[in-house]
Design a protein around this ligand. Sequence first.
Ligand code: GN1
Ligand code: MG
Length: 357
Amino acid sequence: MGIHSEDRLKSILSKFDLVEQEYVINPLNIGYINDTYLISDRVAPKYILQRVNHNVFKDIDGLMGNIENALRFLCANDYKKIELISTFLGKSYLEDSTGFWRLMTYLENSTTYNTTTSTKIAFEAGRIIGKFHLLLADADVRNYVETIPQFHSLQLRERQFQVALSTANKERSEVANEAILFTKEMLKRLKAFNISNLPVRVCHNDTKFNNVLFSKKTNTALCLIDLDTIMKGYFLYDFGDATRTIVNMAPEDEQELSKITFERDLFESFVNGIAANEPFLTQQELDSLHIGTVLMPFLHGIRALTDYLNNDIYYKVTYENQNLDRCLSLFDFTEKAHNQMDYMQKVILKVLKPIKH
Ligand code: GN1
Ligand code: MG
């Protein structure tokens, strides 16, 4: 039963406002942060139960408030609604001695993918991420708590890397030498771009491909899941997190670097998918989007490297060098995306039209 006993999980479930019946609880091994369980009745999966990682998310009340706030906007004919089940006390989460728990509806016949080779699926991912932003375009960012301050700030990630490097043990810093050199080089290149004047929006901030939910039957994108990091951000963050995982046919922790690719047809389909929505981006945002596809894998790479140098205190790891492997894989894609910057910009400016004022 994962790290929580079945009795404990059943007792947690009994505090939520559900019809009392026998549920089957199965752990889902997804994500690097939370503990997730699938709750089924006799017929089919019905709910997702999650323990939110309090080490990572310090302000659970703020986080749940952000999600409740965003869910009010996130519903349309072509965007499926996910609901939070409240506790019998009327709250959107439960606090007990094991942590903070929440329960959400599970969409029937839905699925996620870690990678894809299908241009139709890449298009759908673009369409739903565009739709998410269109639905939240009028949301006021001031109503959203910054639950992880400066989450995607390159300056913060650089400082954390420097601290980790100065305290790391000799063995790990030697093994990671190549990655450390790449970090220093790439920091110089990325600092040349000033993105601080871009418009601030309510963003998802973790739009990796497996956070897009698809219909198992039709492969239509249904909605985005994992709303923990909904807070302010730039659209290029969501663009970059999606493209880094969609146009690369290898998984995020691929160790065979030759398998890491930048697939132009998947990139074009993804951008076409965004364009299937009415325009919502400014010209300034369109001009910056291609930077996202380089910045985001680099940011995740530097975070994985920092955690490796810190002896794995942030991400859940299942083997010794997992953080380093993730870093090397993410850096390899960063380099490949960097070589495609001119191409990406050309596609973006051809396909996407700016919002009319
Ligand atoms: C973490 O656990 P998961 O997969 O939802 C991380 C994201 C990364 C992701 C994969 C709060 O999310 O930023 O994209 O791993 N979330 C947090 O690299 O750190
Ligand atoms: Mg996440």
